[in-house]
Design a protein around this ligand. Structure first.
Ligand SMILES: O=P(O)(O)OC[C@H]1O[C@H](O)[C@H](O)[C@@H](O)[C@@H]1O
Length: 296
């Protein structure tokens, strides 16, 4: 059986290889907290590809610092009246999701679906109807995480942001991210509100995170290359409109309580999303954002 369910998580195991790729998903936040995989053609290269802080809290009392937290329905501090009582990045990363089903289970890989619907905790903060389905698929060299947002309402529009806050394990000071040349972005490291609201144009052929970086690019590319000497991960994206690149460096990272010592040196967050303007989803409609990570 290529998946194992425990009380608080599900473990996916690739069926083919004797010691194949694995992924681990906490029901809390539907947070993927581990993805071990090897690069194609490199049998000795099985290793962890996601960063989770050693100080991350995994008992469900706070969002996980690392892995792939799911951000919904607001990114950052709430701006929309429907979100006014929500914390930063919304509630999806702080709720226990239900294990729904095994979607596929064959020689290519294994795929499971987790779901989140309104519950009594969410209802205290947020009154809109919604249905989230999250399908996580483990293949030999790839991990796909697809978020489906549905609006069950018969009459109301659902306004939301959605984002996958992917912490890629990487030597942060050596990563090169492309292709972002010429893309417009918001620089959230700017001090004044005016500067934060002014679009900049990316002039670099490859983007690095050697200084504190918090950039929200418009017009997300369909493929993003994150590489460093000796390694890399490619992201294939569909449905997303923005790409956020975040690394707090010591300047901000040292103030994050659940960040391990010098943790910012060991990851870059590459975050496909729909976070510039709200997705306005009509009654009965579904929006899908798909991310596939592949070891290079
Ligand atoms: O500390 P968190 O709430 O998990 O947020 C961590 C980071 O998430 C995103 O990358 C945002 O662009 C950053 O502004 C934020 O600091």
């Amino acid at each position: 059986m290529p998946y194992r369910k425990a009380n608080d998580r599900v473990l996916l195991e690739h069926p083919k290889a004797r010691e194949g790729s694995t992924a681990e998903i906490l029901f809390f936040g539907a947070t993927v907290i581990s993805w071990r995989a090897r690069a194609k053609g490199d049998p000795d290269d099985l290793k962890e590809r996601l960063f989770v802080s050693s100080k991350a809290v995994l008992d469900g009392s706070k969002a996980v610092r690392g892995g792939i937290p799911v951000v919904f329905p607001c990114f950052g501090a709430p701006e929309h009246p429907d979100h006014s009582r929500l914390p930063q990045h919304g509630f999806a990363r702080n709720q226990v999701w239900a294990f729904d089903s095994v979607v596929t289970d064959n020689d290519d890989g294994v795929s499971v679906r987790l779901t989140l619907q309104p519950n009594s905790t969410v209802a205290k903060l947020y009154t809109k109807d919604f249905q989230l389905d999250y399908v996580v698929t483990l293949a030999e060299h790839e991990l796909s995480t697809d978020i489906h947002v549905s609006n069950p309402s018969a009459s109301e529009v659902l306004d939301f942001h959605a984002l996958l806050h992917t912490y890629i394990r990487a030597p942060a000071n050596q990563v090169a991210i492309s292709p972002l040349l010429g893309k417009l972005y918001i620089d959230k490291t700017e001090r004044s509100l005016e500067a934060r609201n002014t679009l900049k144009e990316e002039k670099r052929g490859t983007v690095d995170v050697r200084t504190f970086t918090d950039s929200v690019y418009e017009d997300a590319p369909r493929r993003v290359d994150v590489s460093w000497p000796g390694g890399g991960v490619e992201l294939k994206l569909d449905g997303f409109t923005t790409l956020t690149i975040w690394n707090p460096q010591a300047e901000v990272g040292s103030k994050i309580g659940d960040m391990e010592e010098n943790g910012w040196e060991r990851f870059v967050c590459v975050e496909p999303g729909y976070v510039r303007g709200f997705k306005q989803l009509g009654p009965g409609k579904t929006w899908v954002g798909q991310q596939t990570l592949a070891v290079e």
